[in-house]
Design a protein around this ligand. Sequence first.
Ligand code: TYD
Length: 134
Amino acid sequence: MKRIKLIELPKISDERGNLTFIESFNHIPFQIKRVYWIYDVPGGEIRGSHAFKKTEEFIVALSGSFDVVLHDGVKEYRYTLNRSYYGIYIPQLIWRTLENFSTNSVCLVLASEFYDENDYIREFDKFLSEVKKK
Ligand code: TYD
């Protein structure tokens, strides 16, 4: 079974600044099909609160910080992302909530699938029953 994983990315530093990169199957265990980013989040807002049946994601705080709260159906895990050379890998069937966005934070998300509303599970009870089927 695929597991939630905090992944440190390469960081190339010189006097001109830092550079970080991500390659499919090298740093993250899936082929990237879609990239989106969440930004200008008003203070106190919560994003996410859903799971995916099939989509795997990798989330990076490109700027600022926010918390990623994950639930695997049994236990809750909380990660604070605040570095652009770290990310959290989220396999399918994990409930995720993003909160505590700092001012000007940018949340980059790499996804293994194209956008498909049918891949979303938006009710926590439904998520729990899907996990039990596995
Ligand atoms: P949603 O996934 O609910 O946002 P969050 O994960 O931050 O809670 O998406 C918000 C809206 O944006 C929803 O109407 C679907 C749309 N959307 C797309 O059209 N394409 C995408 O790739 C994503 C992620 C969302």
